[in-house]
Design a protein around this ligand. Structure first.
Ligand code: SAH
Length: 252
């Protein structure tokens, strides 16, 4: 039996202080780090640690490479930003296991959680996700756009607060334009919308506007967008800013 193992970890939204001690200890014990290159670049280099950075959209190959190294006795950490189970590498690793050789099912494997972007963003704003909410990935790389539209429409109708990941990429700038138009039409009344960009990094910015006056250029690929429910509101702060929160319950 080999001493190899594989851990699929989340590095949090950006700030090193938001990496959990469990994830940090696992990174410190690794021989090999696998991931999308901007995330691998966040791991501190040290002698004896091999970094395997790859481009986006090769998740399955990357997962298979990581599994093969663990099966060969290496201590492999697959890194994602935020949480590894939220639109990230953990599912890709399980897809590779399902399709892969039987011996991968005997591997010592752990998934270690991290702070996902919507939670880091919500904490900055106040408590916009304090009542029922859902998360939708706006990337249509892995699903048809019609599915995204149905889910957005029903989420607005069900009056969820909504977190939108991957709102905008250079290759599909039109997707968020139509998503925003759909939500504006479906919501009818106004709601709050938060554009949280690069949370917990030096480029962080937070912008709160009414959904009806939001424009697509307020988001980019480093932004997570939080749309409030009909109950989400602001409390003016003494310093001129505001907290955004959603009450825990609905009035009967
Ligand atoms: N696994 C990650 C999500 C990967 S999808 C997580 O749990 O956070 C990539 C998307 O996450 C980006 O397009 C953006 O919508 C969001 N995101 C990741 N880091 C972010 C940050 N620091 N600030 C705002 N949004 C972020």
């Amino acid at each position: 039996m080999s001493a190899g193992w594989i851990a699929i970890v989340g590095l949090g939204p950006g700030d090193a202080n938001l990496i959990t001690p469990e994830v940090q200890a696992t990174l410190d014990a690794a021989t090999d780090i696998v991931g999308y290159f901007p995330y691998v670049a966040r791991v501190v280099e040290r002698p004896g640690l091999r970094l395997h950075a790859s481009d986006n959209r090769v998740e399955l190959e990357r997962a298979a490479h990581a599994l093969a190294m663990a099966a060969a006795g290496q201590r492999v950490v697959v890194v994602s930003s935020g949480d590894p189970g939220v639109f990230a590498m953990a599912s890709a690793v399980f897809e590779a296991i399902e399709a892969g050789p039987d011996d991968w099912r005997g591997l010592d494997l752990r998934v270690l959680p991290g702070i996902t972007a919507m939670l880091a963003a919500a904490a900055r704003a106040g408590a916009p996700l304090g009542h029922d909410f859902c998360a939708i990935n706006l990337s249509d790389n892995l699903k048809p756009w019609a599915v995204i539209e149905t889910r957005l429409r029903l989420a607005i109708q069900a009056d969820f607060a909504i977190a939108l990941y991957n709102p905008r990429s250079a290759s599909r700038p039109e997707g968020f334009v139509s998503a925003l138009a759909l939500m504006q039409a479906e919501a009818g009344d106004d709601r709050l919308i938060i554009f949280a960009r690069a949370v917990s990094t030096p480029q962080e910015s937070l912008r709160v506007v009414g959904l009806q006056s939001a424009t697509a250029d307020m988001a980019d690929m480093r932004t997570v967008v939080l749309i409030g429910s009909s109950q989400t509101r602001q409390i003016a702060r003494a310093n001129g800013g505001a907290w955004v929160y959603t009450p825990r319950g609905l009035a009967p």
